[in-house]
Design a protein around this ligand. Structure first.
Ligand SMILES: Nc1nc2c(ncn2[C@@H]2O[C@H](COP(=O)(O)OP(=O)(O)OP(=O)(O)O)[C@@H](O)[C@H]2O)c(=O)[nH]1
Ligand SMILES: [Mg+2]
Length: 265
């Protein structure tokens, strides 16, 4: 009789929790959004949260005190460095935290990972998350959506947050959403306020549909990619920072990665 063969360990991620990243500039409402997701989904899904702060565990403490999830399900990673290092360059600390959480509370449905507040170039590596949100704040200015960058163009969902503040800061939310949509080649944009329950319901539905796609194996994690340093053929290649205006013909040059059109000079 033939020896039973050793099963090859599956590399599929569909059997474990959906790992969902939340990135975006400082103060755009990432922790509050996570608290909202927990508020509307903790009854039906088994959730865990990992926060990233540079020097403290402030965000984990905020979320624990929000009372939307058992405190033990919220873990803090103290990056000690610029936040993007721990969500993109070396994701080990976050990966270990996610695996610990998934082991301690198995089975979990979704682990939400909050990046420390960073700038427009910071996105999660697909080695850490299966899907990611990028959060902008209307109070940061209506023109931010036009500034592009990998989070704005390539995140699975772009949030235009705190829409309740728009009248006070003179921002046209519809225009901001239209600008963002134009930059995203059909990827979704959601105008959100934690005080607008209809928008919260749309966010809830998006998380549930992403979880279904993750489980079905139909969602392919994307890498929005950082803006890679580069130079052009007509420059000396010495790696100096350059500043010049692109005319239209020049802007049409091809990049072979997902950051097409996302770079600025
Ligand atoms: N008006 C209004 N304020 C909000 C909303 N969401 C968050 N805020 C406020 O915005 C501020 C920043 O929110 P946080 O959730 O801490 O933002 P964050 O992106 O996690 O901040 P960092 O982690 O420090 O980068 C807080 O004062 C929140 O109360 C919203 O929908 N409307
Ligand atoms: Mg936060």
């Amino acid at each position: 009789m033939p020896e039973p063969t050793t099963p090859i360990p599956s590399t599929s991620t569909a059997g474990r929790a959906l790992r969902l990243g939340v990135a975006g500039p400082v103060g755009t409402g990432k922790s509050s959004l996570i608290a909202t997701v927990c508020r509307v989904l903790a009854q039906e899904l088994r959730l865990g949260v990992i926060t990233n702060d540079i020097y403290t565990d402030e965000d984990a403490r905020f979320l624990r005190s929000a009372g939307v999830l058992e405190p033990e399900r919220i873990r803090a990673v103290e990056t000690g460095a610029c936040p993007h290092t721990a969500i993109r360059d070396d994701v080990t600390a976050n990966l270990l935290a996610a695996e610990d959480l998934e082991r301690d509370f198995t089975p979990l449905d979704v682990v939400i990972i909050e990046s420390g507040g960073d700038n427009l170039t910071a996105t999660f590596s697909p080695a850490l998350v299966d899907a990611q949100l990028f959060v902008l704040d209307v109070a940061g200015g209506g023109d931010v959506a036009r500034k592009g960058g990998p989070g704005i163009t390539g995140a699975d969902l772009l949030i235009v947050n705190k829409t309740d503040l728009a009248p006070y800061v003179g921002v046209d939310v519809e225009l901001m959403v239209a600008d963002a949509t134009a930059a995203r080649e059909g990827r979704p944009v959601l105008a959100l306020s934690r005080t607008d329950e209809a928008s919260v319901a749309t966010l809830r539905a998006w998380v549930l549909s992403m979880l279904s796609a993750h489980r079905a194996g139909t969602h392919v994690p994307q890498d929005p990619g950082p803006m890679a340093p580069h130079f052009h053929a007509d420059e000396d290649g010495g790696g100096h920072t350059h500043s010049h205006a692109h005319d239209d013909a020049h802007t049409a040059h091809a990049h072979d990665d997902a950051t097409v059109g996302a770079h600025q000079h």
